[in-house]
Ligand binder design. Structure first.
Ligand code: 5GP
Length: 125
């Protein structure tokens, strides 16, 4: 069920609970700006979710309201996580779903990193 990205941040969303340590995750990387963990239902051999520590509902919210430091921290972390996962030589995909048309399911911004096999066309036609 897609979330409404215009709603205020909901502190009970599942990724907020993972950030607070209330729910477990298969952690890949963390620093002062982000937490990264393996997706619970991977769609590729490597499928990592990267989330900012701040309370941002979506890319729209983050790109408008996050500080330059938070934005830089997230972007640099995504590159580093992909490099550390050995994805650069073979290539990889970074994706964020925002709102209804994209089918965003969790109301805390998350970037998907996919890799480890040819990923096919960008979108189904
Ligand atoms: P979205 O469709 O919102 O872009 O993607 C949400 C992603 O979160 C999905 O790929 C889904 O498998 C993943 N996910 C949902 N709940 C959990 C969870 O509790 N733990 C982990 N690791 N991933 C989750």
């Amino acid at each position: 069920m897609p979330i409404d990205p215009a709603e205020p941040y909901d502190e009970t969303n599942i990724f907020a609970r993972i950030l607070r340590g209330e729910l477990p995750s298969d952690k890949v990387y963390e620093d002062g700006h982000v937490l990264a963990f393996n997706d619970i239902r991977p769609l590729a051999p490597t499928h990592i979710l990267v989330i900012p520590r701040g309370p941002y509902v979506s890319w729209d919210d983050f790109s408008e309201n996050a500080s330059d430091e938070e934005i830089c921290g997230l972007v640099r972390a995504v590159g580093r996580i992909a490099r550390d996962a050995g994805l650069v030589a073979g290539g990889y995909r970074v994706l964020a779903n925002i709102g209804f048309d994209a089918g965003q399911e969790v109301a805390h911004l998350h970037l998907h990193i996919f890799g480890g096999r040819p990923l096919g066309p960008m979108l189904a036609r």
